[in-house]
Design a protein around this ligand. Structure first.
Ligand code: SAH
Length: 396
């Protein structure tokens, strides 16, 4: 199918932006089917770009290719995958077997994520536009990446359509035998389980690897609180770093049960075996406000507090409030590790909200560092920047 765009959209696509919203389409030669290749021409009838059409999404086309005309065939897909793989060459040694191989738009695979957990690959789709091309893409994965199995995960909004039109379901095994229980992988030598069939995202928050390693270096001798702990990622690192006590706090019993197993998996490290591990199942916002406990290091990494652009200001206030509550639980010399995964809250605004909370606490503090996207989760355009973490140490 052929499309023509508004002038503004034309310049946006020309500048390399991967999303084309429905209201930027000025002309469409016919009704498009999900996943069909949309070819976009500019006002002079020259080829501008090609992308995946999605009639059910406000992001109507996800750009695959812009610039010179190209044929999107097997060789093209092969090269595109090769680019994502070579970008990661040499980033990880054998102590890290869990990381992202394809990070959606920013790797040129709009709406598609591919994570590796040891010998299991998990492909997660955020747009139905990939469904008609699944076999084609799968063939490339099998050819270029050594693996035992490939699992399909579907974002909630496309599950019904995937089932009805394509007989695909969330957690379906696309290749190989189903895993026997959770998949075990390692990250910097720490062993973790991932529930690749049902867990959040693709089973684990691979994006926080570097922030977890930084926590390990800061944890010796400390009492640590990991709020919104999920499966205890930050906690096991803290324990290996010599934390005296680690408390996991999460609203989900399922997440805490996984955290417990992740501790067990690492008992071979004397520091993990020696440290205490506690778990609290509660609403973290309420618990943090009421607890009399004090900690030397607190990790606050809540789920996204802004699901829509319109929720940005409220989210910034919520981050400030949550982090002030956290700071109030810090003992003298304590460290706050504050994270945000809201794409609608820019890093600078989040960092300022946490600094404001620190100022309001009336305590002296220094900023240790900030972290954003790790290299296996590149952010190639503004809307893709969601991850940020700030570390503050309170002198008093
Ligand atoms: N820091 C984690 C990822 C956090 S994901 C990691 O590095 O792996 C967000 C977690 O917050 C989920 O496990 C979810 O169960 C939990 N959660 C969501 N709302 C919560 C609430 N109100 N109180 C406590 N936990 C909550």
């Amino acid at each position: 199918m052929r499309l023509r765009l508004t002038n503004t959209a034309e310049s946006i696509v020309r500048a390399g932006h991967p999303w084309l919203f429905a209201d930027s389409i000025r002309e469409q030669n016919r009704e498009g089917k999900v996943g069909e290749l949309a070819v976009i021409y500019d006002r002079n009838d020259k080829f501008l770009a090609a992308g995946l059409f999605d009639p059910d999404s406000p992001i109507r086309v996800r750009i695959l290719h812009a610039g010179k005309p190209a044929t999107i065939d097997a060789a093209w897909w092969q090269a595109r995958l090769g680019q994502a793989l070579s970008r990661r060459a040499g980033l990880f040694d054998a102590t890290t077997t869990g990381y992202r191989l394809i990070h959606g738009e920013s790797d040129g695979w709009p709406g598609l994520v591919l994570d590796r957990y040891a010998t299991t690959l998990v492909m997660k789709l955020y747009t139905a536009a990939w469904l008609p091309r699944l076999e084609e893409v799968l063939a490339q994965f099998k050819e270029q990446i050594a693996c035992e199995r490939i699992v399909l995960r579907l974002s909630r909004n496309i599950q019904a359509l995937a089932q009805k039109q394509f007989r695909r379901s969330d957690g379906q095994i696309l290749f190989g035998a189903p895993p026997e229980g959770a998949v075990i992988f390692s990250e910097n030598g720490v062993r973790f389980e991932a529930d690749v069939l049902r867990g959040q995202k693709t089973g684990f928050f691979l994006d926080q690897r570097e922030s977890r390693a930084a926590v390990e270096r800061l944890a010796a001798g400390k009492k640590v609180l990991n709020a919104f702990s999920f499966s205890g990622g930050f906690s096991v690192y803290a324990a290996r770093g010599g934390a005296r006590l680690v408390t996991d706090l999460d609203i989900s019993a399922h997440a805490l049960a996984s955290a417990k197993r992740n501790f067990e998996l690492n008992k071979n490290y004397p520091a993990v075996a020696a440290g205490r591990h506690e778990m609290v199942q509660a609403d973290a916002f309420e618990w943090i406000e009421k607890t009399p406990a004090r900690f030397d290091l607190i990790v606050l990494d809540p789920p996204s507090l802004a699901k829509r652009a319109g929720e940005r200001e409220g989210a910034i206030r919520a981050y400030e409030r949550l982090n002030l509550l956290g700071i109030n639980l810090l003992a003298r010399g304590g460290i706050l590790v504050a994270g945000s995964c809201s794409a609608h809250v820019p890093a600078a605004e989040f960092f300022d909200a946490v600094r404001r909370a620190a100022m309001k606490s009336g305590r002296k503090f220094i900023e240790l560092k900030t972290l954003q996207h790790p290299p296996d989760h590149p952010a190639g355009f503004k809307e893709a920047e969601y991850l940020k973490v700030i570390y503050l140490r309170f002198a008093t």
